[in-house]
Design a binder for this molecule. Sequence first.
Ligand code: SAH
Ligand code: MG
Length: 203
Amino acid sequence: MHNDQFDKTILAMKKYAQEQHVPIMEDEGISFLTSLLVEQKPESILEIGAAIGFSALKMVRALPEVRLDTIERDDVRFEKAVEFIRDSGYQERIRIFQADALEMDVSLLENGYDAIFIDAAKGQYERFFEKYEVLLNSGGVIYCDNMHMHGMAAVPLSEIPKRKRTMIRNLSKFRDRMLDHADYESKLLQIGDGIMVCKKREK
Ligand code: SAH
Ligand code: MG
C-alpha cells in the first residue's frame, strides 16, 4: 500500500533536508530505531521535534497500526512536514502540532503513549523529559536521539565552542540522570549519533 508515493516522498525529504540543512536522522539511526520499535510494538508514539516529518513517517510506516503525534515549533519546517506527510499517503495516523513543546498545552495530546521519541533542542532534553514523562504508560519506552551531540560529546569541553558548552553539559547531565534513574532501565546505544533507550519499569 502507498509504496510509490511513500518512497517518492522519502526521497524528496532527503533531498530537501540536505539542501536546507535540516538535521533528520541518518539511515543507520532511523533503521535501528524503527527495529527497536517493531520489537516493542507501541500502539501510540509521541515525538518531540518533527522537523519535516521524516522520522515520523519512517516510524508510522514500520508499524502498521501505530498512531503518532509529533510537535514542531519552526513554522517553515512545520509547513513542509504537513505537506510531505500529506504526499506520503500516511496522514491518517499522524497528527502534527505546531508549538514549542516546552510551552504546549498537553491536554491537546493523548493521556498515555507507549513510546516517546525526544529529538528536539539538545540542551533541553531534561525539560522535555520532565514535562512529558507523565504521558508515558507504565512499561513504555523513551527513546532519545543525538546523545553523542553530533559527535561533540566525545571531545573535551575546552575544545568545544563556548556557545555550545551549556548544551553539552545539559545533555551529559540528562544522560547520567537517566542511566541512574530508579524508575527506568536505560541503555546508551552506540548507533547513529547515539540513541538512548529508557524503559519505564512496570509498577
Ligand atoms: N526527528 C526529526 C529531526 C528533528 S530535528 C527527524 O529525524 O526527521 C529537531 C527539530 O526540533 C528542529 O526542527 C527544531 O525546530 C525542533 N525543536 C527544537 N526545540 C523545540 C521545541 N522546544 N519545541 C518544538 N520543536 C522544537
Ligand atoms: Mg536527531
